[in-house]
Design a protein around this ligand. Structure first.
Ligand code: DQA
Length: 154
């Protein structure tokens, strides 16, 4: 049996990590976070795929492509987190595990960041741990998948 696929989805402006507001988001690049997630996925027997888009439709397309194929999605949707209802609906159509991820803690920032349209369709959210969050998110996915495949579970 082939290893379950985990899609890591990165939204707008995350391609600028390392240069963009380092005091908020740190100095690591997106490529470095993806490498961290990839290593964590490998340890957990998962295959990581990564897609970054600066466009809402690009993220929606990536979720559609994951349907019926990927076991889980870890999504840092950037600012789209706070208003992209088409992404909410796409994630609602995905029947695997969904983990919402943020480097910063949006609830401790401006009020407009306190709403997440991703949270209601996610199994859980990880925020405020910087780059460590990528590892924590992959480990959470692996543990949820393991619990779901326990014998006797409906
Ligand atoms: C972010 C938080 C969002 O509010 C912001 O728009 C981002 C990054 C984070 O990872 O902390 O682009 O998702």
């Amino acid at each position: 049996m082939s290893a379950p696929v985990l899609l890591l989805l990165s939204g707008p402006n995350l391609d600028l990590l390392g240069q963009r507001e380092p005091e908020v988001y740190g100095r690591e690049t997106l490529a470095e976070h993806v490498a961290t997630a990839e290593a964590a996925a490998k340890r957990q027997g998962l295959v990581l795929e990564h897609t970054q888009s600066n466009h809402e439709g690009g993220l929606v397309d990536a979720v559609h492509h994951a349907r019926g194929r990927a076991a889980a999605i870890v999504v840092n949707a950037g600012a789209l987190t706070h208003y992209a209802w088409s992404l909410h609906d796409a994630l609602a159509s995905f029947d695997g595990v969904v983990v919402e991820l943020h480097l910063s803690q949006p609830n401790a920032r401006e009020p407009w960041r306190h709403t997440s349209v991703v949270a209601p369709v996610a199994d859980g959210s990880i925020a405020g741990f910087g780059g460590l969050g990528y590892e924590l998110a992959v480990d959470a996915v692996a543990r949820i998948l393991a619990a779901r495949s326990e014998p006797g579970r409906p």
